[in-house]
Each structure stands twice: as C-alpha cells, then as structure tokens.
Design a protein around this ligand. Structure first.
Ligand code: SAM
Length: 300
C-alpha cells in the first residue's frame, strides 16, 4: 500500500466498501490522470476550438458519455493554459468525474438554478453551457477569495445570467425558491486522495469526517427548503464515504424527497463502486476518474 495513506483511511474504506474494493480504491489513488477539459459552446464553435487545440499540437479523444469532454493524454495543464483560447474561455479544465453532476441537472430555458457551493465555478459554467446560457443561476460561495475566482471564471467563460453571493449557503434567506438546486457539498475529498498533494491531509480523520457531515446535512436541509415543489436537487461530493453520500440521500428521503435513478447511459459508462441506495452513483478512483458521488432527488 502507498505509505502516504494513513491507517484510518484504509479502515474507513474497508468498512464502507469491503476489503477487495478498498484495495482497488487504494490502488487507484496514486494514478497520474491525464489532462481533461470541457469545450465551451458559449465561447465559439466547439469543433473549431478542437481544431485550434489540435493545431497547437495537442492530441485528444472524446469521452463517450459527454460530447463536450476531451481527454488529452500526454499533455500538461500548462500547455493548455498557455494558449490564447484558454484565456478566451473556449475550454475549461475539469476532471471527468466533476463533469457528471451538471449533466444530471434537468436544465430548461428560463429555469432558476441555485449552485450552493459554487467556486471556482466548474459546474456553474458547465450548467450555463449545457443550457445555452438560458438559465438564471444564483451561485453561493462562502470564501471571499474563491467567490472572486468564481466571478472571474463566469466572466471568462461567457456566463451572463449568474449572480454570485459571497455568503454561507446555510444562511440563505428562507424566502428564496429555485426550480433546481445543485449541492456540490464541501467534503473530505476521500475520492481524490493523492491528487495534487504529496501526502493526504488529516481530512479523513474520524473527528473531521463528523464535522464535515454536520455541515453537509445543514446544507442539505437548506437545499430542500429552498427547492420548489416538483424541483430537482442534485447532491454531489468528491468523497466515497457512505456517511457523506448515501447517508445524506437517506436523510433527504426521510424528508420526503424521491430518488430519481442516475440514467444508465451515464452510470454504465463509468467505473463504479457498490452503493447502498440503488440509483445513486459512486465513481471508483481509477487511472482516468477521481472518486465521486452523485444522486438526483425530486421534491413532491
Ligand atoms: N462546485 C465547485 C465547482 O464545480 O467548481 C466546487 C465546489 S467545492 C467542492 C466546495 C466549495 O464550497 C468550496 O469553494 C468552499 O469554499 C465552499 N463552501 C464550503 N462551505 C460552504 C457554505 N457553508 N456555503 C457556501 N459555500 C461553502
């Protein structure tokens, strides 16, 4: 086992996923994943953007479950960032797993959508792109610097119908109502260990997990309360721990929400881990994917 993985991480994964799956997960963590990005239709024709990337010497292949996703084996993020098309917002660097939740949002023109934990804006800008800029986005972010980064990314990516609120989403005015809510919750990041860091932080220590779960549940309660009847909530984390994932879904179901199974076309195309709530999606960390969780719920 990788010596950077503390014992409590292995124990938590074995408890949640069983010994065999835990070993697979631990083997997937240190993978050096290729650069992946989204072509942004709000900033020019995507075929043209792809042509520009290729002309700059960057080879790529699509991900078969999402037309705008590209995988660039052998490239470095800096190769992309150095291109004028990057500054023009024609692409957004994003992990493949992080592209999944926005695809699960039912986006129709004119909808009001709340992105509760929005910075740096990967999923906000993706939702705007998927909806052709025709939705009204309210984007909450607690951290002032990250809120600033979010504003910058919205501007670069050509997202116009978006309001950034630099606030704690738990304190959103109870009078708000939205057609759809994305809760990309702050989490332990247990699905992304060893990504961009030399050693895992203490974020999976039991006390930290408990604190994180409390925050997630408070955000979930707020998400449910500001969702219109008939509205859809997508709950996502980059964790693979059941307390943070199925635990939250079970709480939403107790509150009266209904689960909408993740479409097979998406789930079958991805490497997955077993889940205790059928219809939810837990992506297994691999050479290509970070560990991630997503569930779709509707309010009666
Ligand atoms: N959705 C983002 C994206 O796709 O680019 C990533 C979000 S990241 C997982 C979680 C974000 O939630 C962080 O930027 C964090 O500062 C913010 N956050 C944490 N607690 C929050 C809260 N109570 N209210 C609003 N934002 C919060």
């Amino acid at each position: 086992m990788d010596s950077r993985i503390p014992d409590y991480v292995r124990q938590a994964l074995t408890r949640d996923c069983g010994e065999v799956a835990a070993e697979e997960i631990l083997a997937g963590f240190p993978a050096r994943r290729p650069v992946t990005l989204r072509l942004n239709p709000l900033r020019g024709d995507t075929a043209e953007t792809e042509g520009m990337l290729r002309a700059a010497g960057l080879d790529m292949r699509p991900a078969d479950w999402y037309a705008d996703a590209r995988i660039l084996p052998g490239a470095d993020e800096r190769d992309v960032q150095a291109l004028p098309l990057y500054a023009e917002g024609r692409v957004y660097l994003q992990s493949l797993s992080a592209m999944v939740p926005a695809l699960l949002m039912p986006l129709r023109p004119g909808m009001s959508v709340l992105d509760m934990c929005a910075a740096p804006g990967g999923k906000t800008t993706q939702m705007a792109a998927l909806a052709g800029g025709q939705i009204d986005l309210t984007c909450c972010e607690r951290d002032p610097q990250r809120a600033e980064r979010l504003r910058h990314n919205l501007q670069v990516q050509g997202v116009r119908r978006a309001v950034v609120m630099n606030t704690d989403a738990r304190r959103l005015d109870p009078m708000f109502r939205f057609d759809a809510v994305l809760l990309d919750a702050p989490c332990t990041g247990s699905g992304t260990l060893l990504t961009g860091e030399d050693s895992p932080t203490r974020r999976m220590e039991p006390a930290w997990v408990q604190k994180t779960v409390r925050t997630q549940r408070a955000l979930l309660q707020k998400a449910i309360s500001v969702l219109k009847p008939g509205g859809t909530l997508v709950y996502a984390t980059c964790s693979i721990l059941r307390e943070e994932n199925e635990g939250a879904v079970e709480e939403a179901l107790r509150a009266g929400l209904r689960l909408v199974p993740v479409p097979r076309a998406v789930a079958d195309a991805l490497p997955t881990l077993p889940v205790t709530v059928p219809g939810t999606l837990c992506i297994r960390p691999t050479e290509l994917y970070e560990g991630f969780f997503a569930a779709v719920l509707t309010k009666a």
